[in-house]
Design a protein around this ligand. Structure first.
Ligand SMILES: [Zn+2]
Length: 429
């Protein structure tokens, strides 16, 4: 069945379609300013930069950020304990702080400006407009999510129903009574609402007016997306948001092929160990520097999430680079000959052939070289192994950027019941 209402994918403003170079210059101009300001006012930033022997004048390009170390959530928690309450990252006078958010840790995040429109691009791309009635099921207290999404929806002209989390039955009644046509929350909560409504004897497609849903905070699996779009006619969009640097970093357009980066953050994909920036297509950690929050001197925040950059222009006309998706956490990745291999990408290649039932990738080291072996259990013993091996090799190299050295086909049940999909068996002496 078709989607109920897909809005024409017009752009939020001309910033979205500006040439790549002009975006880079805009961001670098802002970066230079925030680094200078943070060095002057935020003691932790000054300490970190002095230690790295970097002066504000040295940090004026995206590439130059490599000179600075990455700050992670654990560092923030420790620093806020030793330098309460903001860990030495506050860059304005305390009386200028407009709001304070609290995220798990706890981490106190000061916000300076009350005009929050950073997420508006994302909601606009998802089709939220004036006249829409939108259920915002993110929490309105402590963490920034509810409030920030609320303001961004208002910026697109939509009317927001302030429901927050939980209260399933009230949410369902509200959706029906107010003819809610937009949903903001997690995919699993929307599925819970739909299932509950059906248990109550309602027909979700006919008795409700829901047309579009915007998700973050949780992965939208292809099967849930298919159910929502095809069975319930709801147009779905995902965004990638991280609390600590305060923002929705990337969002989907109507093409749904990767997540466009917001202009208000500098996003690097780096090797989590060395902090060096990686090439487009290479998998690494997402590192974020917000360039819009005047109160918060956070520079190079390491999210611990893995992705890769797509630099080709999107067919929607937006010129921003895209994240290929969230591929896992840094702890789940295994580095093979300089490239991070993650189970989600390997799955995409190996399981898509529909001939393999289970597999394991083993990494060994022979003569100072990493060796990658694929052990695959075949569904059907009569499969043409040579052809399958060639196909797998070719696809694996194009998606994961590293070549499989050896492929072993196994009988079903050869791999143990519990095993790691990517097994690092290297011995380092
Ligand atoms: Zn696009």
């Amino acid at each position: 069945m078709a989607l109920k209402a897909v809005r024409k994918d017009v752009h939020f403003d001309d910033i979205e379609t500006r040439p790549i170079n002009s975006r880079r210059l805009y961001q670098e101009g802002k970066l230079h300013h925030i680094v200078k300001n943070a060095y002057k006012r935020a003691p932790s930033v000054r300490e970190m930069m002095d230690k790295a022997k970097a002066k504000p004048s040295n940090i004026s390009t995206i590439k130059s950020l490599e000179k600075l170390p990455i700050t992670r959530k654990t560092d923030l928690i420790e620093l806020q304990k030793s330098k309460p309450p903001y860990g030495g990252f506050l860059t304005v006078k305390p009386q200028k702080i407009e709001r304070i958010f609290i995220s798990p840790g706890p981490i106190y995040e000061p916000l300076h400006s009350s005009k929050i429109k950073w997420f508006a691009q994302s909601f606009w791309a998802a089709g939220f407009r004036k006249g829409d009635i939108v259920l915002n099921t993110f929490t309105y207290h402590l963490s920034p999510a509810g409030t920030l999404f609320h303001e961004a929806l208002r910026h697109c002209g939509a009317t927001v129903v302030v429901t927050g989390t939980g209260n399933t039955e009230i949410q369902i009644q509200t959706m029906r009574d107010l003819k809610v046509n937009g949903f903001v929350g997690t995919p699993s909560f929307l599925m819970t609402l739909i299932k509950k409504a059906e248990e109550m004897g309602l027909n979700f497609r006919n008795d409700f007016a829901l047309e579009r849903a915007w998700f973050t905070g949780e992965m939208l699996s292809p099967s849930v997306r298919k159910t929502l779009e095809e069975d319930y006619g709801i147009d779905t969009r995902q965004a990638y948001a991280v609390t600590e640097p305060g923002g929705a970093i990337a969002y989907e357009c109507a093409r749904k092929s990767g997540l466009h980066l917001m202009d208000d953050y500098i996003v690097e994909i780096v090797d989590p160990v060395t902090g060096k920036q990686l090439k487009p297509g290479e998998v690494g950690e997402i590192v974020v520097t917000p360039i819009h929050n005047k109160a918060w001197g956070l520079i190079r925040f390491g999210t611990g999430d893995l992705s890769s950059l797509i630099t080709e222009k999107c067919l929607c006309g937006r010129t921003s680079y895209r994240l290929s998706g969230i591929l896992g956490r840094t702890g789940d990745a295994v580095k093979v000959r300089g490239m991070f291999v993650v189970a989600r990408q390997a799955d995409e290649v190996i399981m898509s052939s529909d001939t393999v039932s289970r597999y394991q990738l083993a990494v060994n080291r022979t003569d100072q070289r990493d060796e990658l072996t694929l052990k695959a259990e075949l569904k059907d013993e009569t499969t043409d192994r040579t052809k399958l091996a060639n196909d797998l090799n070719e696809k694996f190299q194009s998606v994961c950027r590293v070549k499989i050295d050896k492929i072993e086909f196994l009988k079903p049940g050869t791999l143990p019941e519990k095993y790691q999909k990517i097994s690092d068996e290297r011995k380092w002496d």
